[in-house]
Design a protein around this ligand. Structure first.
Ligand code: THU
Length: 137
């Protein structure tokens, strides 16, 4: 698939972050990169822990970097891992992405060579818990 310039940049950033993934337990390195509403780019990798549930996903790292820098909207998020199967964000990360997404947000799923699929948040989390669900009047 041909990549746009921003897709190329996201892919390169995610691959670079993936190299730094701390994965002594699963040995499954993941990289993620976000393009924010302002056009700035942020990357993250998974960071595991000997106390397994404490580990964090690549998406969580990239989103945290975006929030720390003052951006609030995910325009695109690309996730890359080395797997013959398509890697999709876990349920918790879909909810994290949802928090900062719009209906136009794209989730780009990649192996280490190619972007293989582009989906929306609604594709992957069709009945999401959202702000409206908090209203009780
Ligand atoms: N992981 C991610 O970082 N992102 C995903 O989208 C799927 C899973 C991580 C969590 C854990 O460190 C390793 O991959 C194996 O599950």
């Amino acid at each position: 698939m041909n990549k746009t310039p921003v897709e190329n940049q996201l892919f390169a950033l995610a691959l670079q972050a993936r190299k730094n993934a701390y994965v002594p337990y699963s040995r499954f390195a993941v990289g993620a990169a976000v393009e924010s509403g302002s056009g700035r780019l942020y990357a993250g990798c998974n960071v595991e822990n000997v106390s397994y549930p404490v580990g964090t996903c690549a998406e969580a790292g990239a989103i945290a970097a975006m929030i720390a820098a003052g951006d609030k909207l995910i325009r695109r998020i690309l996730i890359t891992a080395d797997s013959p199967e398509l890697i999709t964000p876990c349920g918790a990360c879909l909810q994290r992405i949802k928090e900062f997404s719009s209906e136009h947000t794209e989730i780009l799923l990649a192996d280490t060579e190619n972007i293989r699929r582009t989906l929306t948040v609604k594709d992957l989390l069709p009945f999401a818990f959202n702000n409206e669900d908090l209203k009780n009047d």
